[in-house]
Design a protein around this ligand. Structure first.
Ligand code: CDP
Ligand code: CDP
Length: 211
Protein backbone atom coordinates (compact mmCIF):
# COMPACT_ATOMS: atom_id res chain seq x y z
CA UNK A 1 0.00 0.00 0.00
CA UNK A 2 1.15 3.52 -0.85
CA UNK A 3 -1.06 5.67 1.36
CA UNK A 4 -0.86 9.37 0.60
CA UNK A 5 0.98 9.12 -2.75
CA UNK A 6 -0.41 10.93 -5.80
CA UNK A 7 0.26 9.36 -9.21
CA UNK A 8 -0.52 11.53 -12.25
CA UNK A 9 -1.42 9.80 -15.53
CA UNK A 10 -1.77 12.15 -18.50
CA UNK A 11 -1.83 11.73 -22.26
CA UNK A 12 -3.85 12.09 -25.46
CA UNK A 13 -7.22 10.52 -26.25
CA UNK A 14 -7.57 6.72 -26.10
CA UNK A 15 -3.93 6.15 -25.12
CA UNK A 16 -5.07 3.69 -22.43
CA UNK A 17 -4.72 6.13 -19.52
CA UNK A 18 -7.92 5.08 -17.80
CA UNK A 19 -7.34 1.35 -18.14
CA UNK A 20 -3.80 1.76 -16.82
CA UNK A 21 -4.62 4.22 -14.02
CA UNK A 22 -7.51 2.12 -12.72
CA UNK A 23 -5.32 -0.97 -12.54
CA UNK A 24 -2.42 0.84 -10.90
CA UNK A 25 -4.80 2.22 -8.29
CA UNK A 26 -6.20 -1.23 -7.52
CA UNK A 27 -2.69 -2.71 -7.32
CA UNK A 28 -1.38 0.05 -5.04
CA UNK A 29 -4.50 0.38 -2.87
CA UNK A 30 -5.15 4.00 -3.88
CA UNK A 31 -8.41 5.74 -4.86
CA UNK A 32 -8.84 6.36 -8.61
CA UNK A 33 -10.29 9.43 -10.35
CA UNK A 34 -11.07 9.71 -14.08
CA UNK A 35 -10.91 13.52 -14.39
CA UNK A 36 -12.19 13.40 -18.00
CA UNK A 37 -15.59 12.60 -16.51
CA UNK A 38 -15.75 16.10 -14.97
CA UNK A 39 -15.40 17.72 -18.40
CA UNK A 40 -17.66 15.16 -20.10
CA UNK A 41 -20.43 15.72 -17.54
CA UNK A 42 -20.04 19.51 -17.84
CA UNK A 43 -20.30 19.31 -21.64
CA UNK A 44 -23.40 17.12 -21.38
CA UNK A 45 -25.14 19.58 -19.05
CA UNK A 46 -24.44 22.44 -21.46
CA UNK A 47 -25.81 20.51 -24.45
CA UNK A 48 -28.87 19.52 -22.44
CA UNK A 49 -29.55 23.16 -21.62
CA UNK A 50 -29.52 23.94 -25.34
CA UNK A 51 -26.35 26.07 -25.19
CA UNK A 52 -23.12 25.87 -27.18
CA UNK A 53 -20.29 24.13 -25.22
CA UNK A 54 -18.07 27.12 -26.10
CA UNK A 55 -20.48 29.46 -24.26
CA UNK A 56 -18.39 30.61 -21.29
CA UNK A 57 -21.20 31.48 -18.87
CA UNK A 58 -23.28 28.39 -19.67
CA UNK A 59 -20.25 26.11 -19.30
CA UNK A 60 -19.11 27.67 -16.04
CA UNK A 61 -22.61 27.37 -14.57
CA UNK A 62 -22.76 23.72 -15.67
CA UNK A 63 -19.38 22.95 -14.04
CA UNK A 64 -20.55 24.52 -10.79
CA UNK A 65 -23.82 22.59 -10.83
CA UNK A 66 -22.31 19.08 -11.20
CA UNK A 67 -23.54 16.44 -8.76
CA UNK A 68 -22.67 12.76 -8.33
CA UNK A 69 -25.57 11.79 -10.60
CA UNK A 70 -23.90 13.53 -13.56
CA UNK A 71 -21.04 11.02 -13.54
CA UNK A 72 -23.20 7.95 -14.03
CA UNK A 73 -25.11 9.25 -17.07
CA UNK A 74 -25.10 6.75 -19.94
CA UNK A 75 -24.33 9.40 -22.59
CA UNK A 76 -20.84 10.54 -21.53
CA UNK A 77 -19.03 8.66 -24.34
CA UNK A 78 -19.17 9.04 -28.10
CA UNK A 79 -18.18 11.73 -30.61
CA UNK A 80 -20.65 14.40 -29.43
CA UNK A 81 -19.70 14.01 -25.75
CA UNK A 82 -15.97 13.92 -26.66
CA UNK A 83 -16.07 17.22 -28.52
CA UNK A 84 -18.33 18.94 -25.98
CA UNK A 85 -15.93 17.92 -23.20
CA UNK A 86 -12.96 19.29 -25.11
CA UNK A 87 -14.81 22.57 -25.82
CA UNK A 88 -15.75 23.25 -22.17
CA UNK A 89 -12.26 22.15 -21.10
CA UNK A 90 -10.72 25.06 -23.03
CA UNK A 91 -12.61 27.59 -20.86
CA UNK A 92 -10.42 28.86 -17.96
CA UNK A 93 -13.34 29.46 -15.54
CA UNK A 94 -14.57 25.89 -16.08
CA UNK A 95 -11.12 24.50 -15.23
CA UNK A 96 -10.91 26.78 -12.18
CA UNK A 97 -14.30 25.57 -10.94
CA UNK A 98 -13.16 21.93 -11.09
CA UNK A 99 -9.67 22.35 -9.66
CA UNK A 100 -10.25 22.29 -5.90
CA UNK A 101 -12.48 19.26 -6.18
CA UNK A 102 -9.69 17.29 -7.93
CA UNK A 103 -7.10 18.46 -5.40
CA UNK A 104 -9.30 17.55 -2.44
CA UNK A 105 -9.85 14.10 -3.93
CA UNK A 106 -6.12 13.32 -4.05
CA UNK A 107 -4.83 15.32 -1.12
CA UNK A 108 -6.00 13.32 1.88
CA UNK A 109 -5.36 9.69 1.04
CA UNK A 110 -3.36 9.96 -2.20
CA UNK A 111 -4.81 8.78 -5.50
CA UNK A 112 -4.16 7.83 -9.09
CA UNK A 113 -5.74 10.48 -11.35
CA UNK A 114 -5.87 10.41 -15.14
CA UNK A 115 -6.45 13.35 -17.48
CA UNK A 116 -4.49 15.96 -19.41
CA UNK A 117 -3.11 18.38 -16.78
CA UNK A 118 -2.72 16.29 -13.63
CA UNK A 119 1.09 16.45 -13.61
CA UNK A 120 1.30 20.03 -14.90
CA UNK A 121 -1.49 21.85 -13.01
CA UNK A 122 -3.58 19.76 -10.60
CA UNK A 123 -0.70 18.02 -8.79
CA UNK A 124 2.57 19.57 -10.04
CA UNK A 125 4.29 18.16 -6.93
CA UNK A 126 3.17 14.55 -7.58
CA UNK A 127 6.14 12.21 -7.02
CA UNK A 128 5.19 10.01 -9.98
CA UNK A 129 3.95 11.34 -13.34
CA UNK A 130 3.32 9.10 -16.31
CA UNK A 131 2.66 10.48 -19.80
CA UNK A 132 0.94 7.64 -21.64
CA UNK A 133 0.87 7.89 -25.41
CA UNK A 134 0.65 5.85 -28.63
CA UNK A 135 0.46 6.62 -32.35
CA UNK A 136 -2.75 8.35 -33.45
CA UNK A 137 -3.58 5.37 -35.70
CA UNK A 138 -3.21 2.91 -32.83
CA UNK A 139 -5.30 5.07 -30.50
CA UNK A 140 -8.02 5.51 -33.11
CA UNK A 141 -8.06 1.75 -33.61
CA UNK A 142 -8.52 1.23 -29.84
CA UNK A 143 -11.37 3.73 -29.71
CA UNK A 144 -12.99 2.12 -32.77
CA UNK A 145 -12.78 -1.32 -31.08
CA UNK A 146 -14.41 0.12 -27.94
CA UNK A 147 -17.24 1.61 -30.00
CA UNK A 148 -17.71 -1.70 -31.79
CA UNK A 149 -17.86 -3.54 -28.45
CA UNK A 150 -20.67 -1.16 -27.47
CA UNK A 151 -22.52 -2.01 -30.68
CA UNK A 152 -21.70 1.29 -32.40
CA UNK A 153 -20.62 0.87 -36.06
CA UNK A 154 -18.27 3.83 -36.53
CA UNK A 155 -16.28 4.82 -39.63
CA UNK A 156 -12.57 4.25 -38.79
CA UNK A 157 -11.49 7.36 -40.73
CA UNK A 158 -14.01 9.50 -38.86
CA UNK A 159 -12.77 8.15 -35.50
CA UNK A 160 -9.17 9.01 -36.46
CA UNK A 161 -9.98 12.52 -37.62
CA UNK A 162 -12.11 13.27 -34.55
CA UNK A 163 -9.29 12.08 -32.31
CA UNK A 164 -6.73 14.23 -34.13
CA UNK A 165 -9.01 17.27 -33.95
CA UNK A 166 -9.59 16.81 -30.21
CA UNK A 167 -5.86 16.32 -29.48
CA UNK A 168 -5.08 19.46 -31.49
CA UNK A 169 -7.70 21.46 -29.57
CA UNK A 170 -6.50 20.09 -26.20
CA UNK A 171 -2.82 20.77 -27.03
CA UNK A 172 -3.30 24.31 -28.32
CA UNK A 173 -5.53 25.84 -25.64
CA UNK A 174 -4.05 28.63 -23.51
CA UNK A 175 -4.88 27.11 -20.11
CA UNK A 176 -3.61 23.69 -18.99
CA UNK A 177 -2.84 22.36 -22.48
CA UNK A 178 -2.15 18.67 -23.06
CA UNK A 179 1.63 18.26 -22.69
CA UNK A 180 3.99 16.17 -20.60
CA UNK A 181 5.22 17.72 -17.35
CA UNK A 182 8.97 18.38 -17.41
CA UNK A 183 9.48 15.52 -14.93
CA UNK A 184 6.99 13.06 -16.50
CA UNK A 185 8.03 9.56 -17.55
CA UNK A 186 6.75 8.84 -21.07
CA UNK A 187 5.24 5.44 -21.75
CA UNK A 188 4.64 4.76 -25.46
CA UNK A 189 2.12 1.93 -25.68
CA UNK A 190 1.86 1.75 -29.49
CA UNK A 191 3.29 -1.77 -29.50
CA UNK A 192 2.06 -2.82 -26.03
CA UNK A 193 -1.20 -4.50 -25.09
CA UNK A 194 -2.94 -3.39 -21.88
CA UNK A 195 -1.18 -6.06 -19.79
CA UNK A 196 2.31 -5.15 -21.09
CA UNK A 197 1.56 -1.44 -20.58
CA UNK A 198 0.54 -2.13 -16.99
CA UNK A 199 3.73 -4.12 -16.29
CA UNK A 200 5.86 -1.34 -17.79
CA UNK A 201 4.04 1.31 -15.75
CA UNK A 202 4.41 -0.73 -12.58
CA UNK A 203 8.18 -0.94 -13.13
CA UNK A 204 8.39 2.84 -13.73
CA UNK A 205 6.43 3.58 -10.55
CA UNK A 206 8.56 1.19 -8.48
CA UNK A 207 11.81 2.69 -9.84
CA UNK A 208 10.58 6.23 -9.22
CA UNK A 209 9.51 5.50 -5.64
CA UNK A 210 12.63 3.45 -4.94
CA UNK A 211 10.86 0.25 -4.00
O1 CDP B 1 -8.40 6.72 -20.88
P1 CDP B 1 -8.01 6.62 -22.33
O2 CDP B 1 -8.97 7.31 -23.23
O3 CDP B 1 -6.59 7.05 -22.58
O4 CDP B 1 -8.05 5.09 -22.75
P2 CDP B 1 -8.99 3.92 -22.16
O5 CDP B 1 -10.35 4.43 -21.90
O6 CDP B 1 -8.25 3.26 -21.07
O7 CDP B 1 -9.17 2.98 -23.42
C1 CDP B 1 -8.14 2.35 -24.03
C2 CDP B 1 -8.64 1.11 -24.78
O8 CDP B 1 -7.53 0.52 -25.41
C3 CDP B 1 -9.25 0.05 -23.88
O9 CDP B 1 -10.27 -0.63 -24.59
C4 CDP B 1 -8.10 -0.89 -23.60
O10 CDP B 1 -8.48 -2.23 -23.42
C5 CDP B 1 -7.26 -0.75 -24.85
N1 CDP B 1 -5.79 -0.79 -24.64
C6 CDP B 1 -5.18 -0.18 -23.57
O11 CDP B 1 -5.86 0.38 -22.69
N2 CDP B 1 -3.82 -0.20 -23.42
C7 CDP B 1 -3.05 -0.77 -24.34
N3 CDP B 1 -1.73 -0.75 -24.19
C8 CDP B 1 -3.64 -1.36 -25.45
C9 CDP B 1 -5.04 -1.36 -25.58
O1 CDP C 1 -10.89 9.03 -22.67
P1 CDP C 1 -10.37 10.16 -23.52
O2 CDP C 1 -8.90 10.26 -23.44
O3 CDP C 1 -10.90 10.13 -24.93
O4 CDP C 1 -10.99 11.52 -22.92
P2 CDP C 1 -11.13 11.98 -21.39
O5 CDP C 1 -9.88 11.71 -20.64
O6 CDP C 1 -12.39 11.46 -20.85
O7 CDP C 1 -11.23 13.58 -21.56
C1 CDP C 1 -12.24 14.18 -22.36
C2 CDP C 1 -11.83 15.60 -22.62
O8 CDP C 1 -11.80 16.31 -21.37
C3 CDP C 1 -10.43 15.77 -23.20
O9 CDP C 1 -10.42 15.76 -24.63
C4 CDP C 1 -9.98 17.13 -22.64
O10 CDP C 1 -10.42 18.20 -23.45
C5 CDP C 1 -10.73 17.22 -21.31
N1 CDP C 1 -9.88 16.95 -20.15
C6 CDP C 1 -9.06 17.98 -19.70
O11 CDP C 1 -8.99 19.03 -20.33
N2 CDP C 1 -8.31 17.83 -18.58
C7 CDP C 1 -8.35 16.69 -17.89
N3 CDP C 1 -7.63 16.57 -16.78
C8 CDP C 1 -9.16 15.62 -18.34
C9 CDP C 1 -9.91 15.77 -19.49
Amino acid sequence: PLAGVVIAVDGPAAAGKGTLARRLAAELGLPYLDTGLLYRATGRRVLEGGADPRDVLAAEAAARALTAADFTRPDLRGPEADMAASAVAAIPSVRAALLDWQRDFGRTHGAVLDGRDIGTVVFPEAPVKLFVTASAEQRAHRRWMELRARGVAADPDAVLSELRARDAQDSSRAVAPLKPAADALTLDTTALDAEAAFQAARALVAAKLGR
